[in-house]
Design a protein around this ligand. Sequence first.
Ligand SMILES: [Fe+2]
Length: 237
Amino acid sequence: MATHINNVLKQAILTFTSKSELFAPNLNALSNLLEKITAEDVNLQPQFATESLWSRPGKAPVTCIDIYEDENLTMGIFILKPGGNLPLHNHPEMYGLIKVISGKVKITSYSLNTPKTLEVDRRSFMDDHPTKLFSRKNIVTAELVSSEILDTSSKPCMLEPNEKNLHEIESVDGPAAFLDILAPPYGTMIPNNGPRLCSYFAVLNQVSKNVFKLHEIKSPSWYWNDMFPYTGPELKV
Ligand SMILES: [Fe+2]
């Protein structure tokens, strides 16, 4: 009998290879299937929910479990230590679905190219001396669009190329784990634009209500991850 995680994977493959007219209903079906995924469905090891694992000297603040990868999508699990976080980062021209399977997380999401950010950019362009434009490299204008606490009872959180494309994810009240589906994967080519890379950002300043200037930073030194093998049911595609 097909397992639930295998059904999610098959629907993810169908979604991210579907024709444009079938994409929206397939994405909706994927989100509905993902909503019902539990830690048991992927055999998440109970040790990750204990505080003692995370207090071991030298333990990485984040553990990743790769479940599946092809040229269209990746599926994996991220586990955050108590009080841990994934620093603010982007997903260039990507879709993403996050489903909490253990603990609780806070997801703070920003969008680019919204009416508010475009208005801010238009005004600052008119105000700026041309030489200042040069220093704008690696700075983006982003609108804070949501800050939500999710637990295992929450629907999946979705990001799109033009919606909630940047986010920071923190564990709340202990360790937390979430299943993550990303499409297309990091490392694939963006047409006419080069490789799809993950960039990290920090808030530079606030420029108007919910609008911030973010600057690109190197991956923070406190953030690194280790890997753990997938021990859930075998997957067939
Ligand atoms: Fe992300």
